[in-house]
Design a binder for this molecule. Structure first.
Ligand code: C2E
Ligand code: MG
Ligand code: MG
Ligand code: MG
Length: 283
């Protein structure tokens, strides 16, 4: 009967009822339980180097297969977790799990991969973040250079001075910094260059209509041009077709991530995917 009640209350929670605080609290308490019960998972979406055709690493993405609610999308539960602060323990779990999984893969011979983990604004301003990352790297044994953190422009800009200090400390651990959903924020060239950033991830909304929309083509070209000037690595997210891939490759985009190459995969499937890709193909 809990299941039926859950379904109803969940149906009540939708983006259209975003202001419904009871439904949010309900979702939050279920999420808290899910974290405690170990119901959460990470899936891993591979990234492809556009020049070499090799897999460079993966992005870890939270998945919540809830027995009562079905598969709940991060688009639904991350904002709730962010608002209630639950994102802090949740994000810490994700970081540890992603690092652990990568050490397990390394032991199986999957080497040379970098794992990217998302950090929400609240996590980024958490005073314990740095010590948590230090202890997770220590505890799992993962080389800091194998970890990339994906942060949005607005998370860094909440407090630019504190942001810069934190990024510098993370860099000193070897950790790489990527700006996620790039192009949707307000950063100018001059603000960006004040931060020790390695990678720009071009937001999916610019990539979606690359084949048909001249404005999106122009903006994407401008981002690639700017990245070259600042010597930043560029990843395009949400690449779904060959036209987009060809456009990006011709204009010097470094890496691609998207359904064209692979959807986010459960850990075991990810390992199989990398093995398949690394098999020398019969010509
Ligand atoms: P994001 O970090 O920008 O992640 C990329 C999203 O695009 C993922 O959605 C991914 O599944 C989706 N995607 C990848 N390729 C394609 C494609 O070719 N086409 C389309 N239509 N979509 C594609 P997902 O997994 O639903 O995650 C949504 C957002 O939730 C993420 O956006 C991120 O902001 C947040 N999130 C996910 N996991 C975590 C986490 O562990 N911690 C934090 N703080 N946030 C997370
Ligand atoms: Mg991301
Ligand atoms: Mg993104
Ligand atoms: Mg996003």
């Amino acid at each position: 009967q809990a299941k039926a009640a859950g379904k109803n209350s969940f149906a009540f929670y939708s983006p259209a009822h975003d202001d419904n605080s009871i439904a949010r609290l309900e979702l939050e308490s279920r999420l808290r339980c899910a974290l405690e019960l170990g119901e959460l998972e990470l899936h891993y979406q591979p990234k492809l180097d556009l020049r070499s055709g090799r897999i460079t690493g993966m992005e870890a993405l939270l998945r919540w297969p809830s027995p009562g609610l079905g598969m709940v999308s991060p688009e639904q539960f991350i904002p709730v977790a962010e608002e209630t602060g639950l994102i802090v323990p949740l994000g810490k779990w994700a970081l540890r799990q992603a690092c652990r999984q990568n050490m397990a893969w390394l032991a199986q011979g999957l080497d040379g991969l970098t794992v990217a983990v998302n950090l929400s604004p609240r996590q980024f301003s958490d005073p314990d973040l740095l010590t948590d990352i230090v202890s997770i790297l220590h505890e799992t044994g993962l080389d800091g250079r194998r970890l990339e953190l994906e942060i949005t422009e607005s998370a860094i800009m909440q407090d630019a001075e504190a942001g810069r200090r934190l990024l510098r400390s993370l860099k000193s651990l070897g950790v790489r910094i990527a700006i996620d959903d790039f192009g949707t924020g307000y950063s100018s060239l001059s603000t960006l260059k004040q931060f020790p950033i390695d990678t720009l991830k071009i937001d999916r909304s610019f990539i979606a209509d690359l084949a048909t929309d001249p404005e999106d083509r122009g903006l994407t070209e401008a981002i690639l041009q700017m990245a070259r000037t600042l010597k930043l690595h560029v990843v395009a997210e949400g690449v779904e077709n060959r036209v987009q891939q060809a456009f990006l490759r011709e204009r010097g985009c470094d890496e691609l991530q998207g359904f064209l190459f692979s959807k986010p995969l459960p850990a075991a499937e990810f390992a199989a995917f990398v093995h398949d890709q690394r098999q020398p193909t019969a010509a």
